[in-house]
Design a protein around this ligand. Structure first.
Ligand SMILES: Nc1ncnc2c1ncn2[C@@H]1O[C@H](COP(=O)(O)OP(=O)(O)OP(=O)(O)O)[C@@H](O)[C@H]1O
Ligand SMILES: [Mg+2]
Length: 407
């Protein structure tokens, strides 16, 4: 798929922008702070309803305005449709499809994008929450109904934590807290949590070979990039098992540890069994949860473990290796989506590379360019034209003070 047209009203620094795009490479060049990232961020937002830079949508609305609109014509399998999203700070988004109002969930996942930006280094170096969000966003692109499961899980989790806190406080004051309500919340958390765990574990299994292969191609090093899902229910205390790479000290041979990891992963694919295990695990840690006022087990405590060779990437990989890993996660996502048959015709996502070439050395830059040169549409931003590799010749635009001109 590709976008043939993009229009922005009051999005970030743009009061009004109307832009025709081309299939293939589109490069946006301009000095710092001129609106290049703002533009591609809008395209990413249309796809995931979230920004790669900020958690709250308020920053996306132009200062002084009450709402922003992102509108695009997407060509899929040769057929156009017009997708429109209105972002109103502090309110639910409103969506239109071919000019008619629709529920937002009807346009979620229609435009598929994979965005790679310097912020993605956090996927390797940052907190587990960053990696969980990565998995959830990708799983939602593959299966948009998961958006509802995520929202339900977050809601139940918030309410359960509030109850844990108040019941814990009551217990400390010496009164006996009513724990029957907690049982109800446990059941609801387990139901949504099992669906989420299941979707993530399945995704990790699918994504693993893509990431390993992409890492090999990006870094031209022997692979050794391996992703694993570590669930908090697999441990007694809610802290995910450190995994095979750290088991060396216990004398367990690596393949044995791998086998155990594979067994644990397979077990996570059984949704009703996971639900049972979540309930059991919550019972096991209830005392501790009440004491500390936190929810210790569930997908919000799980981890996507990134291994490079025999070591965890986080804390061990070099800066360049971390970059390659982050890139491999995104290129792997892109290729997984492209091969996804369930989407039907033309599921190939639009690839967005925000400011990444400047960060890569010459050989990695050339390899990345080679890998993405065949993509149906690539949106690239760079401060200087020389940073965009030859292999990605295509439409060039200059961006200056929010004005975008085709060169
Ligand atoms: N909500 C907003 N309202 C008005 N202006 C905004 C808003 N959000 C961001 N901006 C402005 O947009 C500009 C940043 O644009 P953007 O991030 O797209 O720059 P860029 O061209 O990608 O620069 P760089 O090369 O440094 O990455 C900043 O000057 C910022 O002040
Ligand atoms: Mg930028």
């Amino acid at each position: 798929m590709y976008l043939s047209d993009l229009a922005l009203d009051d999005f970030r620094s743009y009061d009004e922008l109307v832009l025709a795009l081309e299939p293939g490479a589109n490069a946006f060049i301009g000095p710092n702070g001129q609106g290049k990232t703002n533009l591609v961020e809008a395209v990413g937002y249309l796809s995931t309803f979230s920004s790669h830079r900020v958690a709250a949508d308020a920053a996306l609305v132009r200062q002084g305005s009450t709402g922003a609109v992102v509108r695009a014509k997407v060509i899929r399998g040769g057929r156009p449709s017009v997708v429109e999203l209105e972002i109103v700070a502090g309110q639910a988004n409103r969506a239109r499809l071919n000019r008619s109002p629709v529920r937002t969930r009807e346009v979620l996942g229609l435009v598929r994008t994979v965005l790679f930006a310097p912020e993605d280094l956090e996927l390797v170096k940052g907190d587990p929450g960053t990696r969980r969000r990565f998995l959830d966003d990708l799983a939602t692109l593959l299966s948009p109904r998961l958006a509802g499961v995520r929202a339900e899980y977050e809601k139940v989790l918030r309410q359960r934590v509030a109850l844990l806190k108040s019941a814990g406080a009551a217990a400390r004051r010496g009164s006996k807290p009513d724990l029957s309500t907690l049982d109800v919340w446990d059941g609801q958390l387990a139901a949504a949590g099992a669906q989420l765990t299941n979707a993530r574990a399945r995704l990790v299994g699918q994504l693993r070979p893509y990431v390993a292969q992409a890492y090999e191609r990006v870094s031209s090093a022997a692979s050794g990039a391996r992703i694993d899902y570590r669930a908090s229910i697999d441990s007694a205390d809610g802290v995910p098992d450190p995994g095979p790479e750290l088991l060396g000290g216990t004398g367990a041979p690596a393949d044995e540890a791998r086998e155990q990891a594979a067994e644990r992963e397979t077990a996570l694919l059984d949704e009703s069994a996971v639900r049972e295990r979540l309930i059991e695990a919550m019972a096991r840690v209830r005392e501790k949860e009440l004491e500390r006022g936190v929810a210790l087990v569930g997908p919000h405590r799980d981890e996507l473990a990134l291994t490079l060779g025999t070591l965890p990437a986080r804390g061990f990989a070099s800066h360049g290796e971390s970059w390659s890993y982050a890139l491999a996660l995104k290129i792997g996502s892109y290729e997984l989506l492209r091969d996804d048959e369930a989407f039907g015709e033309d599921g190939e996502p639009i690839l967005i590379l925000d400011d990444v070439f400047a960060e890569l050395d010459t050989s990695r830059r050339a390899r990345l360019a080679e890998m993405v040169a065949g993509a149906q549409q690539v949106l690239i931003t760079a401060a200087v034209a020389e940073d965009v590799p030859e292999a990605l010749q295509g439409a060039r635009f200059s961006v200056n003070a929010g004005v975008v001109n085709r060169d």
